[in-house]
Design a protein around this ligand. Structure first.
Ligand code: GLT
Ligand code: MN
Ligand code: MN
Length: 388
């Protein structure tokens, strides 16, 4: 690989809502015209993407009748097959309709919760029709501004009941979905329930079929809160729960910017790509981002091309990192091995415990050692800036 041109083997995906974003924000009207799903499919295929994901209403508008729905689905399927793209993931829009203004599965109104289940089942039917195997739940409206509602503990139970119901629905229909829960700390709610990957990891074992549920973390969501996204992803990999990933970029402490991948935090994006590649993560890599509101359609495709190209450049840098003799020497110098002590420390036995308690350590030497992290980090920066 020398020119960083993506191919479907890279498994890059975009949501219809990402490149289709028309540039509306809370202060301004759209700056771009909507594009049809077949057109987006054609353009993403030309750029080398692998797939395209959707919410139900990205394709079928709310309130569309059966004939309109079927025509839209047929046209989209035709475009997918004409251009060789797949739909690996589907999800439900449970946030735009005012019916969901105080939550969907966690609404205090039982009618809203039932409607959310109905809408999600219909959306799961649609996703299955399009070949999706993964189903995402992003609880954009599942949260609050006012905790006087007294519904916090009830909300957790309502969400649990809904996810259990929907997992069984998928099985009863033979859909075979795996599910990925997407955390976000805030926006559009003042506080969203389950703000971090860790809170999702804590919740999943309380579900009836935890093996069907994993996490869909998003770079921007952790970064908004000042957290280290790469650390969250490592924890998900360790737990076997990285089912999907949303790549984008973000300045900390702001609204959800959904910037082009690698646009802002170059070092963090590099270590994320390195982690994904080193761990052999094989799932789709979705760019859940959008072009700046300033851009026209050309800017949208420049944005999409840029996301994929930057990922591939970081992948190449990760390869160079592994082959750079000086970097590898700094890495080896950083780790101190001691086979005898490691054998004593791994796996409890009364003898090992006694031997460790009897061991004497040179604390002053341990504290005095310089691990060489400044040198290692500078080498990384030089690699990323292209001077190595
Ligand atoms: C919305 C949100 C994303 C979610 C999408 C899935 S929709 O764009 O900002 O983070 O992944 O519902
Ligand atoms: Mn997302
Ligand atoms: Mn986002």
């Amino acid at each position: 690989m020398t020119d960083y041109t993506p191919t479907p083997a890279d498994r890059f995906t975009f949501g219809l809502w990402t490149v289709g974003n028309v540039g509306r924000d809370p202060f301004g009207e759209p700056t771009r015209r909507p594009m049809s799903a077949p057109y987006i499919t054609q353009k993403l295929a030309e750029l080398g993407a692998y797939g395209v994901n959707l919410h139900d209403n990205d394709l079928v508008p709310l309130g569309a009748g059966a004939p309109e729905r079927d025509r839209l689905v047929d046209d989209f399927r035709q475009a997918l097959s004409d251009h060789g793209l797949v739909v690996p993931m589907a999800t439900t829009n449970l946030f735009s309709d005012p019916a969901f203004k105080d939550g969907a599965f966690t609404s205090a109104d039982a009618r809203v919760r039932a409607y959310a289940l109905q809408k999600t089942m219909l959306s799961m039917d649609l996703g299955h029709e399009l070949g999706a195997e993964l189903y995402v739940f992003w609880g954009g409206r599942e949260g609050s501004e006012v905790d006087a509602s007294g519904k916090l503990l009830d909300s957790l139970g309502w969400l649990r009941d809904s996810l259990n119901f929907l997992a069984e629905y998928s099985q009863s229909q033979g859909y075979g979905y795996r599910f990925a829960l997407e955390p976000k700390p805030n926006e559009p709610r003042g506080d969203i329930f389950f703000p971090t990957a860790g809170s999702m990891l804590g919740f999943i074992p309380t579900l009836d079929q935890p093996e069907l549920f994993g996490v869909n973390p998003e770079f921007a969501h952790d970064t908004m809160a000042g957290l280290n996204f790469t650390h969250a992803v490592a924890q998900l990999i360790d737990a076997g729960k990285l089912f999907h990933i949303d790549l984008n970029d973000q300045k900390p402490g702001r609204f959800d910017q959904d910037l082009r991948f690698g646009a802002e935090n170059i070092k963090a994006a590099f270590f994320l790509v390195k982690l994904l590649e080193d761990s052999k993560y094989g799932g789709p890599k979705q760019f859940d981002a959008h072009a700046l509101r300033t851009e026209d359609e050309n800017g949208v495709w420049a944005f999409a091309r840029g996301c994929m190209r930057t990922y591939l450049m970081f992948k190449e840098k990760a390869r160079q990192f592994d082959q750079d003799g000086e970097i590898q020497a700094a890495l080896s110098a950083y780790r101190v091995t001691d086979p005898a002590l490691e054998a004593l420390s791994r796996g409890f036995s009364p003898e090992r415990a006694a031997a460790l308690k009897a061991q004497s350590f040179d604390r002053a030497a341990l504290g005095a050692r310089g691990p060489g992290l400044e040198h290692l980090d500078q080498l990384t920066v030089e690699l990323l800036l292209g001077v190595r």
